[in-house]
Design a protein around this ligand. Structure first.
Ligand code: PXP
Length: 237
C-alpha cells in the first residue's frame, strides 16, 4: 500500500503574518503543493491563531480539490469550528500556549473524559478523527477504545534519536494497525530521516510541514514536494 504525503502549510502563514498582509498566501501554497503531488493539505488552527487564521480555513477548504486535515486542540471552540467546516479529517493535538510547536503526543489514556465526546461528535459528523499520540501501547489502546479512525504517531523523538526510537514507531504502528486504526505519522521529518518511517508498512500517511516550507524558500515548493514524494515512494518499494 502506498503512503500519502500531507503537506502542512502553517509556516506559509507564519511568514505572511510577519508583515500582516496577504502574502505569501497559504491557499496558493496549498494549490502549488497539490499540483506537485501532495495528497492532502494539513493546517493547524491554534488557539492563539499564531499562523493559520479562521478566514484561511474556509478559503483553503473550498479552494483546493484535495483532502484537508485540520489539526486542533480538544476544545469545544475548535470542535464547533471543525463541525461547521467539515474537513476530510481532524487531528486532535495537545496545545500549550507557550510551546514553539507541538512538543509531545496527546495523553489519550489520561484524557478520555475530554477527548471521547469530541471524537464521537466529529466522527458522527462524518469526519475522520485522528489522535496525535506517542507510539506508546497505552495511548494506542486508548485511541482504539474511543473509536478514533486514525492515530498519528509523533515522530519528534525519532527525529532527535532515530536509532533509539525507530523500533518504537514500528511496534506502535503494528499494534495500532492490529486494533483497526489507520496509522499516520509526523513531526520533525526531513529528506534525511523520512525513509525509515516511510518504510514502515502500516503507515499510510505522513504529515510534514516545517522542513518542507523551509526548504521551499531555498529550492521552491514544487521541487521539494516532488522530492519528498519520491523519497517516500522509494522507501516503500
Ligand atoms: N503532525 C502534527 C499532528 C503536527 O502537529 C505537526 C506540526 O504542526 C506536524 C505533523 C508537522 O510537523 P513538522 O512541521 O515538524 O513537519
Amino acid at each position: 500500500m502506498t503512503c500519502r504525503l500531507g503537506v502542512n502549510i502553517d509556516h506559509v502563514a507564519t511568514v505572511r503574518n510577519a508583515r500582516g498582509g496577504g502574502h505569501p498566501d497559504p491557499l496558493e501554497a496549498a494549490r502549488v503543493a497539490i499540483a506537485a503531488g501532495a495528497d492532502g493539505i494539513t493546517l493547524h488552527l491554534r488557539e492563539d491563531r499564531r499562523h493559520i487564521r479562521d478566514d484561511d480555513l474556509q478559503r483553503i477548504a473550498s479552494g483546493i480539490d484535495a483532502p484537508v486535515n485540520l489539526e486542533m486542540a480538544a476544545t469545544s471552540e475548535m470542535a464547533d469550528i471543525a463541525a461547521a467546516l467539515h474537513p476530510h479529517a481532524c487531528c486532535i493535538v495537545p496545545e500549550r500556549r507557550t510551546e514553539v510547536t507541538t512538543e509531545g503526543g496527546l495523553d489519550a489514556a489520561g484524557g478520555m473524559q475530554t477527548l471521547a465526546p469530541i471524537v464521537a461528535r466529529l466522527s458522527a459528523a462524518g469526519i475522520r478523527v485522528s489522535l496525535f499520540i506517542d507510539a506508546d501501547a497505552a495511548q494506542i489502546k486508548a485511541a482504539a477504545t474511543m473509536r478514533a479512525a486514525v492515530v498519528e504517531l509523533h515522530t519528534g523523538a525519532y527525529a532527535h534519536h532515530p536509532g533509539e526510537e525507530l523500533q518504537r514507531l514500528r511496534d506502535g504502528a503494528r499494534l495500532a494497525d492490529s486494533l483497526g486504526l489507520e496509522v499516520h505519522a509526523g513531526h520533525g521529518l526531513t529528506f534525511d530521516n523520512v525513509g525509515p518511517v516511510a518504510a514502515i508498512p502500516e503507515i499510510r500517511e505522513l504529515n510534514i510541514g516545517h522542513f518542507l516550507i523551509g526548504e521551499a524558500i531555498l529550492h521552491g515548493l514544487p521541487h521539494v514536494v516532488r522530492h519528498m514524494k519520491g523519497l517516500i515512494a522509494a522507501a516503500r518499494s
